[in-house]
Write a protein that binds this ligand. Structure first.
Ligand code: 3PG
Length: 210
């Protein structure tokens, strides 16, 4: 999808579950639990050997706009798109990854932690960035300070965020959506706690709409 399409998906979704999934067998039940909880998009990180397969199965589920996360190289961006990723997320800004995503016609959301990185993203023609790692960087006060000189930029804060911090981020007008792994942790997945994934997702979605 285009960057504009992704911005509108994120603005509608408000919550981006970040998933690190070791076993492809988890993809179906996980997609079911996330959609039952009201999630509309998800980021599958390229941190496990079977990430592409997981992405493919989650994308085929149909209920979620699924993207790839932790994409560090142009080659990973290519593999992500081949597996069905509709967008690509990086923890930092890499001009080659951004260029390859452009060529592949897939939306890309680079991570930024400083004004300099944000200016690089702007120079590359992007106006949606991931603020990463949001909480260790200083949370909403850092977000406010960084957003002020860049009124055209929209943020997806991610990193160290849990339900308690959600409202603080979501009430900032520059925040499109908030990302995080707390809704579906490795522990939930290892223990098959899809009921808990659904509950935590529903709680986050509820908090994002009130
Ligand atoms: C990411 O890749 O975006 C982060 O690892 C997610 O951050 P969290 O695990 O602190 O929510």
């Amino acid at each position: 999808m285009s960057g504009a399409d992704l911005a509108s998906v994120l603005a509608g979704a408000r919550i981006m579950p970040v998933l690190t999934v070791a076993h492809p067998a988890a993809a179906g039940p996980l997609a079911d639990a996330l959609t039952a909880g009201g999630a509309r998009c998800a980021e599958v990180t390229f941190r496990t050997a079977d990430a592409e397969l997981v992405l493919k199965e989650m994308a085929a589920h149909g209920g979620l706009a699924v993207g790839a996360g932790t994409v560090l190289t142009p080659q990973q961006a290519e593999r992500a798109v081949r597996a069905g990723a509709r967008f690509v997320v990086s923890p930092g800004f890499d001009a080659e990854v951004v260029r390859r995503c452009r060529e592949l016609n897939v939306a890309v959301v680079p991570g930024v932690a400083t004004a300099t990185e944000l200016m690089r993203a702007l120079k590359a023609g992007l106006d949606t960035v991931k603020l990463f790692p949001a909480e260790p960087l200083g949370g909403t006060s850092t977000l406010k300070a960084l957003a002020a000189p860049f009124p055209q930029v929209r943020f997806v804060p991610t990193g160290g965020i849990g339900p308690a911090q959600l409202p603080g981020y979501l009430t900032h007008p520059a925040v499109l959506a908030v990302g995080g792994s707390w809704m579906a942790t490795t522990d939930h997945l290892e223990r098959g706690r899809y009921d808990e994934v659904r509950r935590l997702t529903a709680e986050a979605v509820e908090r994002s709409t009130t």
